[in-house]
Design a protein around this ligand. Structure first.
Ligand code: ATP
Ligand code: MG
Length: 216
């Protein structure tokens, strides 16, 4: 999609800070433009070296993944790069599953989240950061949305024999929360996958990303 607004427009416009970047993370602002609330995920305020290397790389990576998911419900839409340091997409009214009243997270919601993850995989994208609860939203209608494709991968870049293993990393993130919030509604097949994945995760080097450990 062609840029809806330029950095000049963004810098001079009225905006609200949504999320303050720490260390090598982007700053996220919301700006109302053309009757739409836009999220601007921006590495420009980061330290120069980070901004030009990690920042531009992350923006491109997230842009490519979201481009593949345009038109699919459950993902940020109308994505565009404002410039090489900032990614923009529509704001989604919802709450992260970390902040929401945990009672709202039931089997019905997790089934929808599982379907969403499967849909993402059908479009060739692996998320890899689903265990981090701030990357998942729940709307008023109790619909799931997935955010933050910075650490995502394209399935096509991996040999076929690795596909299911990669998909299971994402699914185990869903099942981990499902088991915690509504253990009665999760079945043995899903629990088996979770157990298997947890064992393998002990060997997994990409915990969080960039070596930064975060509270899930
Ligand atoms: N399209 C959106 N609609 C609503 N809220 C959003 C949207 N995109 C991001 N957010 C909010 O901003 C937060 C940070 O977004 P994101 O995860 O993409 O950035 P991040 O730099 O990876 O932050 P973190 O390190 O906390 O994961 C999310 O947890 C969510 O609360
Ligand atoms: Mg995130």
């Amino acid at each position: 999609m062609v840029p809806v607004f330029s950095r000049k427009k963004f810098e001079s416009g009225k905006k609200k800070l949504l999320h303050k970047g720490r260390s090598a993370n982007a700053y996220l602002n919301i700006m109302h433009y053309n009757n739409t609330d836009w999220v601007i995920k921006d590495f420009n305020p980061c330290w120069g070296f980070i901004k030009w290397t990690w920042g531009t790389w992350m923006v491109r990576r997230e842009f490519r993944a979201l481009q593949k998911l345009q038109g699919v419900k459950g993902f940020p839409k109308d994505v565009f790069m404002m410039d090489r340091f900032a990614l923009c997409y529509q704001f989604i009214a919802g709450t992260t599953i970390r902040e929401i009243d945990q009672e709202k997270l039931n089997g019905k919601y997790f089934k929808k989240l599982e379907d969403l993850v499967n849909r993402m995989h059908e479009h060739g994208i692996i998320h890899l950061d689903i265990r981090y609860r701030r990357n998942i939203l729940i709307t008023e209608e109790e619909e799931p949305y997935l955010l933050d494709f910075q650490t995502s991968l394209m399935l096509s870049k991996f040999p076929r024999f690795m596909h299911q293993w990669l998909k299971n990393i994402d699914l185990s993130g869903v099942y981990k929360q499902w088991q915690k919030r509504d253990p009665e509604s999760i079945d043995d097949t899903r629990l088996k996958l979770l157990k298997h994945s947890n064992r393998r995760r002990k060997l997994w080097v990409l915990k969080g990303y960039a070596g930064i450990k975060r509270k899930p």
